[in-house]
Design a protein around this ligand. Structure first.
Ligand code: HEM
Ligand code: 2DC
Length: 469
């Protein structure tokens, strides 16, 4: 017989006491480790309440399948109140990230065609490849200037610029020029604001932003300042395109970018377009850059694997006469390496849904409306789910090992990451270009871990050495 909801193990009876203990343990930055510990203590399902954050947590792929089958027509993930509060405070529209229900669906369906459909790849790939080539050029220059025939550096700032340049070129069909020596200070400010925005969000998962605003807390002030910077910069970019479009209304055949396509399509209001394009621009920086940093880190730790990837890329290039769209169809191991990176170093610590209907997981009844979280980080490291999970082995994704609900780094279903196609393509193109030109090495002793700053990021600078082939 099915056990009642109240019997799910875990600490959920006193949210305030739990919040106090959580804070003492520096729980905010360790939320992924605490989840691991909780699954060890309570088993594959536990309930938790910290502050006002009340959830049921699961780890098994089979249970993930049950969760996503109950997500309904308008899947809803955890409401990040800091983000909605800012928009309410400044009277800005929610984009697709924050909308729910029918309004979310109608916006999302239109955005899907322009942003995540496979058809768009032929438009995106040339734009992204140009950025990839410019990145290679920039690295060559740095190596030359060092006078040592190598470049040793913490690449994160360079990768932020690569990611922003990439997503901007797809959104606006224009380059920002971030691969140059002198970059627009506004663009650098935008990058800093995104990092601050994520960082200042995490405490507000547990303490309502309304309260922090009331007492004038720093987290809230930082958060407002960060989003203000993000919206100002995005507004400037959007205004530019809007003005250009009025002057010559898209007469040329050249692909004009996501924003101009949406404006010409005329199916969403300008305010809706602005809101979602801003979210895409902000969502497109730290996510892909940090994933690429982790990938380079793993490839530096595994030199023979790095050679295997290089050989695959060389063969793909030869078989495709240099056509990048064709190359991308011939690099399964590179794609698997990115999957493997997201298994060990996911950007999102969980994927969550408020379930639309009553369900049964691990023989417990879970009523409709409950917030259920799949612990992505914990699942990726669970030996019951992945053979030798501690090892970075891209080939596991190419063997017959079952993949059933195991590759969820971008979420799942109709509410999955809207930027997924851009992210994947941008990262693949980055790796192709880098592998063809450079070898990546690291100092033996530094072992980086994840730390939670709303997204999971490396807990220390990752210093890599790049050498020409
Ligand atoms: C949502 C991961 C890159 C924009 C999400 C979600 C995840 C995710 C897990 C939630 C999905 C769900 O609830 O099922 C990632 C990862 C990335 C990445 C791992 C890179 C490695 C990007 C990029 C963009 C972007 C490059 C923008 C170009 C968005 C947006 C949503 C979203 C707008 C909300 C979609 C909606 O609610 O309908 N992402 N993301 N992401 N992501 Fe990404
Ligand atoms: C953070 O407990 C931990 O892709 C919380 O590009 C649950 C949670 C809810 C929503 C998740 C968030 C976590 C991590 C960051 C995600 C976000 C949904 C979208 C966002 C995964 C797991 C992200 C990074 C978007 C951000 C776009 C935005 C800045 C405009």
């Amino acid at each position: 017989t099915v056990k009642p909801f109240e019997e799910i193990p875990g600490l959920w009876k006193n949210g305030v006491v739990n919040l106090y203990n959580f804070w003492k343990l520096d729980g905010v930055r360790n939320m992924h480790h605490i989840m691991l510990k909780n699954f060890n203590t309570f088993g594959p399902i536990y309930r938790e309440k910290i502050g006002y954050y009340d959830s049921v947590n699961i780890i098994n792929p089979e249970d993930a399948a049950i969760l996503f089958k109950a997500e309904g027509h308008y899947p809803k993930r955890l409401k990040v109140e800091a983000w909605t509060s800012y928009r309410d405070y400044r009277n800005r529209k929610y984009g697709v990230l924050l909308k729910n229900g029918q309004e979310w669906k109608s916006n999302r369906v239109i955005l899907n065609k322009e942003v995540i459909s496979v058809k768009m790849l032929e438009n995106f790939v040339p734009l992204l490849d140009e950025v990839g080539q410019d990145f290679v050029g920039r690295v060559h220059k740095k190596i030359l200037r060092s006078g040592q025939n190598k470049w040793t550096t913490d690449l994160s700032q360079e990768l932020f610029k690569y990611a922003l340049e990439s997503v901007s070129s797809v959104l606006y069909g224009e380059r920002l020029g971030l691969m140059l020596d002198y970059i627009d200070p506004e663009a650098q400010h935008f990058i800093d604001c995104i990092t601050l925005m994520f960082k200042s969000t995490s405490p507000m998962l547990y303490i309502p932003p309304g309260l922090l605003k009331l007492v004038g807390a720093k987290a809230w002030r930082d958060h407002v300042e960060a989003w203000d910077g993000i919206f100002n910069q995005a507004d400037r970019c959007i205004q530019n395109i809007y003005r250009e479009l009025r002057h010559d209304s898209g007469s040329t055949k050249k692909y004009p970018g996501v924003l101009a396509s949406l404006l010409m399509l005329d199916k969403l209001s300008i305010e809706d377009i602005k809101a979602s394009v801003t979210e895409l621009m902000a969502g497109g920086v730290d996510t892909t850059s940090i994933t690429l940093l982790w990938t380079l880190y793993e490839l530096a730790k595994h030199p023979s694997l790095q050679e295997e990837l290089r050989a695959e890329v060389a063969a793909a290039r030869a078989a495709s006469q240099g056509d990048m769209l064709e190359i991308l169809k011939r690099i399964p191991l590179v794609k698997a390496a990115l999957k493997e990176t997201l298994r060990l170093h996911p950007v999102a610590v969980t994927v969550q849904r408020y379930v639309a209907e009553d369900i049964v997981i691990q023989n417990y009844h879970i009523p409709a409306g409950t917030l259920v979280q799949l612990g992505l980080y914990a699942m990726g490291r669970d030996p019951k789910v992945f053979v030798r999970p501690e090892q970075f082995q891209p080939s596991r994704w190419l063997r017959s090992e079952t993949q059933y609900f195991r590759s969820l780094g971008f979420g799942f279903g109709p509410r999955q990451c809207l930027g997924r196609r851009i992210a994947e393509t941008e990262m693949q193109i980055f790796l192709v270009n880098m592998l063809e030109n450079f070898k990546v090495e690291k100092q033996r002793h530094v072992e980086a871990q994840s730390t939670f700053e709303l997204i999971l990021v490396p807990d220390r600078p990752i210093t890599l050495t790049i050498k020409p082939l």
